[in-house]
Design a protein around this ligand. Structure first.
Ligand code: ATP
Ligand code: MG
Length: 362
């Protein structure tokens, strides 16, 4: 039922523009795996998904589902969307307003000539899965946004598609509902064992939902890894920044040691950071770190401790964001907890754990 998805060297140039919306993107999703494409607006997430669905015709590249080629413009292969057996859930609640919940979910089965007991069983199971069994006879117009989105989900899963495609399905929901449905979505998709390609620009959504996350920028897939690898070993400055490592220090590599090295920063002080094999001594680098990894403390023993001064303090109730001058630059530090410990103007020891400082060549 659920299949492997292979996207090979996918490229899409819209005729009205010269720039590639999707630029040589390749990845494989194993059967039953959830992959999230994450990236800022306009980076090519939806276009990639639409190419998989067959709604968009790529300029070149291949889409292979369960070993069968569905898209290969060079060979003249382009299977229409309705023959791909894929499920799709979009941002807008794509439910039929004149039907009840049950009728909405039954529709895809009916159009596939499923009837009688098989139809009833399929609809019942799908509604139970999304916890809407009690709402079966309600017109969908009398549902909340979250419930409508669950109808859309049930409807796109009821016929057991090879792959489930989801494009920002939570973005029209209010914050609270969004969190709830986000957790539910992963559980539901995993219970059915569907292969899923999920598109979002929300990092937390990507982390919670994805077995792997693919970070995109300007049509390119920059890194495809597990959430933990994306957060702890970002492949470049963009991935680091997009996942929250917004502190950047310029410097030059003065020594290398295994997967790390020492960087002389603007102030002349030496900072230890992780760096790729290709970064040589003498290279100009930018060192990224996450505000929540920066410790402000009375001095403790360890590497990468520097004297700094708090310039501004933004108290946010359950956390406090400080701007700190250190190493000849200004960086941010985030401390959780409802007590703001450091006053503006106070001297602090700034700890930058070497394992969560990443240096990238400029
Ligand atoms: N039909 C079209 N014709 C011309 N250009 C298009 C078309 N559809 C998308 N594009 C362009 O292709 C690029 C990628 O668009 P896409 O919709 O894939 O982005 P996205 O990552 O889904 O963004 P968002 O997060 O805003 O939904 C953008 O620069 C967009 O303007
Ligand atoms: Mg989009």
């Amino acid at each position: 039922m659920s299949s492997e998805l292979r996207v090979e060297q996918l490229r899409k140039v819209f005729p009205t523009t010269n720039k590639a919306a999707v630029d040589d993107v390749s990845f494989t999703i194993a059967a039953g795996e959830i992959v999230v494409l994450l990236g800022p607006s306009g980076c090519g997430k939806t276009t990639t998904l639409r190419c998989v669905a067959g709604l968009e015709h790529p300029t070149s590249g291949k889409i292979v589902i369960g070993g069968t080629v569905y898209t290969d413009p060079q060979a003249g292969v382009l299977v229409p969307p309705r023959n791909r057996n894929l499920g799709m859930v979009f941002q807008s609640y794509a439910v039929w307003p004149h039907m009840t919940v049950r009728q909405n979910v039954a529709y895809p089965l009916k159009s596939r000539k499923v009837s009688g007991a098989a139809l009833d069983k399929g609809v019942k199971e799908a509604l139970e899965l999304v916890e809407l069994a009690d709402y079966a006879d309600r017109p969908v117009t009398q549902l909340s946004g979250g419930q409508m989105q669950r109808v859309a989900l049930a409807r796109s899963m009821v016929y057991q598609p090879q792959i489930l495609l989801l494009d920002e399905p939570l973005s029209n929901l209010d914050a609270q509902l969004r969190l709830r449905l986000r957790d539910d979505l992963r559980r539901i998709i995993k219970r059915v064992g569907l292969t899923a390609l999920y598109v979002t620009h929300d990092q937390t959504e990507a982390v919670v939902l994805g077995d792997r996350i693919g970070v995109m920028r300007d049509g390119k897939l920059l890194q495809l890894d597990t959430p933990s690898e994306i957060y702890n070993q970002p492949a470049d400055l963009f991935v680091a920044g997009f996942t929250g490592a917004t502190n950047v220090l310029d410097g030059r590599v003065v020594a290398r040691d295994g997967g790390g090295g020492t960087v002389a920063v603007a102030s002349g002080e030496h900072l230890i950071a992780r760096m790729g094999d290709g970064v040589a001594v003498g290279a100009a680098v930018r060192v990224a770190s996450r505000p929540d990894n920066v410790g402000l403390a009375p001095a403790v023993e360890g590497p990468n401790q520097f004297l700094g001064r708090v310039t501004t303090r933004h108290y946010q109730g359950t956390q406090t964001v400080y701007q700190v001058t250190v190493l000849g630059a200004t960086i941010e530090a985030l401390e959780v907890g409802s007590a703001a410990r450091h006053a503006e103007g106070s001297a602090v020891t700034v700890a930058l754990p070497p394992g969560v400082c990443w240096a990238y060549p400029v």
